[in-house]
Design a binder for this molecule. Structure first.
Ligand code: AMP
Length: 174
């Protein structure tokens, strides 16, 4: 398997969830054992010994992030849409490519000075990941890098996350 081959498993759905958005559907990639394992391995190997906790963003970030955390033998923490977490939370608002929303994390999810890897399926404008980085920093920990399966390069998410580094496996320029 190569990164170029991985691209074939990402399906494009035009005008979902609203007109003008081309949704990158990763379910064919998840459904293929070698493709899913390749993606998780490529992300995990980059961080071996370099992070203490993996933080997954709802909801597809949970799928990838949990697999990466398992591979690294790290703990896994979650960031969810507002109102879903049951214990005491911190909240940050963000803009999505298609809307505005808030994210929350449990106040006891991280233990400073843990080195945190943020994982999500896709980087678009960067609003979601930026809000997640803010939550980590408010809790006194440090984001080592934000890792994504897919990056939509034209939307500039990477710049929005500066100075936090970004890694992506599959990049689309437009
Ligand atoms: P953003 O905050 O703009 O970087 O958006 C990233 C979040 O929205 C990720 O959690 C993605 O799952 C989702 N997302 C945004 N745009 C797309 C897209 N074109 N295809 C699939 N998911 C997307």
């Amino acid at each position: 398997m190569t990164v170029e081959e991985l691209r074939r498993f990402i399906r494009e759905i035009p005008d979902f969830p609203k007109p003008g958005i081309v949704f990158k559907d990763i379910t064919p990639l998840l459904a293929d054992g070698p493709a899913f394992a390749f993606a998780v391995d490529r992300i995990s190997e980059r961080y071996r010994g370099k992070v203490d906790k993996v933080l997954g963003i709802e909801s597809r970030g949970f799928i990838l992030g949990a697999a990466v955390a398992y591979a690294l033998r790290c703990g896994f923490a979650i960031v969810r849409k507002a109102g879903k977490l049951p214990h005491e939370t911190l909240r940050a608002s963000y803009e999505l490519e298609y809307g505005v929303d808030s994210l929350e994390i449990h106040r006891d999810a991280l233990h400073p000075p843990e080195r945190v890897l943020v994982v999500d399926d896709l980087l678009a404008t960067g609003g979601t990941a930026r809000a997640t980085v803010e939550l980590v920093e408010k809790l006194g920990s440090r984001v080592v890098e934000c890792a994504f399966l897919v990056e939509l390069g034209a939307l500039g998410g990477r710049r929005k996350l500066e100075p936090v580094p970004v890694f992506s496996l599959v990049r689309y320029e437009k």
